[in-house]
Design a protein around this ligand. Structure first.
Ligand code: TYM
Length: 336
């Protein structure tokens, strides 16, 4: 039987953190063995974030992101790892799809509402962001898209755009399914558990996020200062966002069931829970950090991996784009 195809992406912005790892990257690594896996570093998406859109900074972040992904276990011998802008079909298909996507669908996106709130002027790219994301996914006819919960709405939109294209022009795309951690995984900021852990906040607030390549003392410092609540000990019947977040991190990294984890910490002081979480996070991330330092020391090899990834991605993407061009009347096709 043909292996199912997995596609996902990550923006090279801010510092990659434990939420990215638990919500997405760990799933990417797990799928490589028995799926055809394709992962992209979404540099074109990063251009919608003003702080990221500085040339030298963006180039450095693309490399850093690639190095962290490989250090986390993305194996370029098995998965295709490439930079979005190196495969021009992404922007080409995005334009074609934008011609079939109602603006109202884009204005309803939660991420758009959050990121455009309070801005005096909103770039077209911010609104069209999910159309480019749909193009990323649909170009590779992906069956599954491993993502964190915050991206689920964008995958639903991708399906809607594909369906609309099929109705207007004919069948070409595969309708992708989101692939989430079994019990969902939305890791919250340690310094403010009412907001999700975010790459950009992690850049400016040292105790907000756990960076995947942070040194152990920085990790311990962030976890030991994590915001909890006015209580002193773990009481699962009175869950507060901060304590729940720590228990979730422990559960997802240890691979243990939530009931077992609750039972283990029930009645124990917050300091005990924090120490256990810090130990587990440090043990999980230490090998990643060591591999990262080795990989980052050889930028030439990393560039070669990304070049080869783009070489392998291009023909797959072009085949879909050719078919779309034919269906839309831009190229001669067999169905004419
Ligand atoms: P990005 O770069 O914000 O995040 C990368 C992945 O990490 C997940 N994630 C989280 N999961 C759990 N808890 C958190 N606090 C947390 N923060 C982030 C995200 O859900 C995501 O899976 N638009 C995408 C990048 C993208 C993409 C694609 C994804 C571009 N093209 C095609 C899938 C398919 C984004 O900004 O992810």
């Amino acid at each position: 039987m043909a292996r199912r195809r997995v596609f996902s992406g990550i923006q090279p912005t801010g510092k990659l953190h434990l939420g990215n790892y638990i919500g997405a990257i760990s799933l990417w690594v797990a799928t490589q063995a028995d799926h055809e896996a394709i992962f992209c570093i979404a540099d074109l998406h990063a251009l919608t974030i003003p702080e990221a859109a500085r040339a030298a900074h963006l180039r450095a972040k693309v490399r850093e992101t690639a190095a962290v992904l490989v250090a986390c276990g993305i194996d370029p011998a098995r998965a295709i790892l490439f930079v979005q802008s190196h495969v021009p079909a992404h922007t080409q298909l995005a334009w074609l799809l934008s011609c079939v996507t109602p603006v109202g669908w884009l204005e309803r996106m939660i991420q758009f509402k959050t990121r455009s709130a309070g801005l005096e002027s909103v770039g077209t790219g911010l609104l069209a962001y999910p159309v480019l994301q749909a193009a990323d996914i649909l170009l590779y006819r992906a069956d599954l898209v491993p993502v964190g919960e915050d991206q689920q709405q964008h995958i639903e939109l991708t399906r809607d755009v594909a369906r609309r294209f099929h109705t207007l022009f004919g069948q070409v795309f595969t309708l992708p399914e989101p692939m989430l951690q079994p019990s969902g995984a939305r890791i919250m900021g340690l310094d403010d558990p009412s907001t999700k852990m975010s790459k950009s906040r992690g850049e400016t607030r040292p105790r907000h996020a756990i960076g995947l390549v942070d040194p152990p003392d920085a990790i311990r410092d962030a976890v030991m200062h994590a915001v909890t609540d006015s209580g002193r000990e773990v009481r699962p019947e009175r869950p507060s966002p901060g304590v729940t977040n720590l228990l979730r991190i422990y559960e997802l990294l240890s691979g243990r069931r939530s009931e077992a984890v609750q039972l283990e910490f029930m009645g124990k002081g917050y300091a005990v829970l924090k120490r256990a979480v810090a130990d587990l996070v440090v043990t999980t991330l230490e090998p990643i950090r060591r591999r990262y330092l080795d990989i980052a020391a050889e930028p030439g090899r990393l560039d070669a991996v990304l070049d080869e990834g783009a070489e392998r991605a291009r023909p797959l993407a072009d085949a879909t784009l050719d078919r779309v061009n034919q269906l839309m009347g831009l190229e001669e096709g067999t169905q004419d």
